[in-house]
Design a protein around this ligand. Structure first.
Ligand code: ATP
Ligand code: MG
Length: 290
């Protein structure tokens, strides 16, 4: 169903874990459809807790989860419906993997959707291909490296073709080429209309990739805005345990010295380098320092 509402929304959600630990405290956060979202926050800020609420694994103690503007129910059928639309890749692959072999693990969620065997097989092949594990279907899960296990988890959720994809620190533990290939894969999904939300501790990647950034501190979302609007907000970023992304900090210094125009601010270091390369070789600053 397509509406003007955010596809998913937490409204004033509190969560207290059974041992009394506070997970979320009045957390309000909305995911615009078909956008790249990044959730940033320090260790223990509540990022994983937010993701577990967004696919119904955890239930708010107060406040509510809305999908297309409607409060989500927690009956078995309502949760099955929610999880068909919203896929979650866990932070820790050991908590997500359960089958002995890769192909079996990746096919589990898709089989549970009631799809026929041929469709599941095609989806599993495509998903393994997408995460660079084309020939791994028959491999034993427990022999895989950490990064390979993570990629198996991502493939399992991809095979379900969710409308909203939640990934908890998907880049952590992946090598640089695999990180780049995962970012490109997520871009292709967003181009097809999928909404993606990921968590990361890499503020430079977050601002280079995201359309929207959500800052979490002590269980509360303290800011949600397009990446360009938050990049220079050192105060809010610091409250969420982060610094200003390097590309923006460097650009601000170069703009203050008249080397680069104040806008547009490059989103990444490669984009900043590109802007510098486009300058004439004998710019004022080089003459002054000669
Ligand atoms: N199963 C649990 N039982 C009790 N408390 C928990 C549980 N899971 C999380 N918490 C607590 O809830 C708070 C938020 O934890 P959460 O795992 O959501 O943080 P996070 O932002 O994902 O952190 P990290 O960056 O370390 O992954 C923390 O204080 C944590 O100790
Ligand atoms: Mg976490």
């Amino acid at each position: 169903m397509v509406t003007d509402h955010p596809v998913l929304e937490l409204a004033g959600v509190d969560h207290v874990y059974p041992d009394g630990g506070t997970g979320l405290r009045g957390c309000t956060l909305a995911l615009g459809r078909g956008r790249r979202h990044v959730l940033l926050g320090a260790n223990g800020a509540g990022k994983s807790t937010v993701l577990r609420h967004l696919n119904g694994l955890l239930r708010p103690c107060a406040g509510e989860l809305r999908c297309d503007g409607q409060p989500v129910g927690y009956s078995r059928a309502a949760l099955a419906g929610l999880r068909r639309r919203v896929g979650l890749v866990f932070q820790d692959p050991e908590r997500q993997l359960f089958a002995a072999h890769v192909g079996e693990d990746v096919s589990f969620g898709a089989l549970n959707l009631g799809l026929d065997a041929a469709t599941v097989a095609a989806r599993v092949d495509a998903a393994l291909d997408a995460v660079g594990l084309r020939d791994y279907a028959g491999r034993a899960v427990h022999h895989l490296s950490f990064g390979q296990k993570k990629r198996v988890c991502i493939a399992g959720v991809l095979a379900m073709e969710p409308e909203v994809l939640l990934l908890d620190e998907p880049m952590a533990g992946l090598d640089a080429p695999m990180q780049a290939s995962l970012a490109a894969l997520l871009d292709r999904l967003v181009a097809r209309g999928v909404t993606v939300l990921l968590t990361t501790h890499d503020v430079d990647f977050a601002f280079a990739w995201a359309d929207d950034i959500h800052l979490l501190a002590a269980g509360r979302c303290i800011a949600s805005a397009p990446a360009g609007q938050l990049a220079a907000r050192a105060d809010l970023l610091q409250a969420a345990g982060h610094r200003v992304p390097l590309a923006f900090a460097l650009h601000a210094q170069l703009a203050a010295r008249g080397v680069l125009p104040p806008a547009p601010a490059p989103r990444s270091l490669p984009a900043l380098l590109e802007a510098l390369r486009a300058l004439p070789a004998t710019s004022t600053i080089l003459e002054n320092t000669a």
